[in-house]
Design a protein around this ligand. Sequence first.
Ligand SMILES: NC(=O)c1ccc[n+]([C@@H]2O[C@H](COP(=O)([O-])OP(=O)(O)OC[C@H]3O[C@@H](n4cnc5c(N)ncnc54)[C@H](O)[C@@H]3O)[C@@H](O)[C@H]2O)c1
Length: 118
Amino acid sequence: MDELKHVAVIGGGIMGGGIAAFFANNGIPASLFDIEKKLAINCIKNLTDPKARIPLLYTQKNARLIKPYSVEELEVLKDADMIVEVVPEVMDIKKDIDRKSTRLNSSHIPLSRMPSSA
Ligand SMILES: NC(=O)c1ccc[n+]([C@@H]2O[C@H](COP(=O)([O-])OP(=O)(O)OC[C@H]3O[C@@H](n4cnc5c(N)ncnc54)[C@H](O)[C@@H]3O)[C@@H](O)[C@H]2O)c1
């Protein structure tokens, strides 16, 4: 793959927020999905919280590169160059995301999964 133009991150928790911030800080737009859009919005807000020990987004401009979505809006995955899945370690959730990602994005984009920290 030559260039990442759009990364999708599924799961807007600790890992998902950090991974989306990593891409945004490098100028790469990211779509961030959570169960409800408001959870993804909160995740992005927390990334720029000046009270956080280490705010993960350096600038508000970087924050604007991350767009929040609910999992009901997964059609956005169609044009993602890469999908990072960082949902809880629940097999049914992971299988569901696998199935939908494969159906929506058939160009064999890499699907990266965060293994358990346990
Ligand atoms: N936190 C760590 O230090 C760490 C380290 C290594 C690996 N991991 C792994 O990364 C994964 C995520 O960990 P985390 O700490 O970010 O968890 P977290 O609980 O902070 O975040 C998980 C997020 O996924 C969302 N979610 C649940 N179901 C979803 C669905 N169907 N679609 C979209 N979003 C959904 C939750 O609402 C939550 O916001 C886990 O598999 C964990 O084992 C975590």
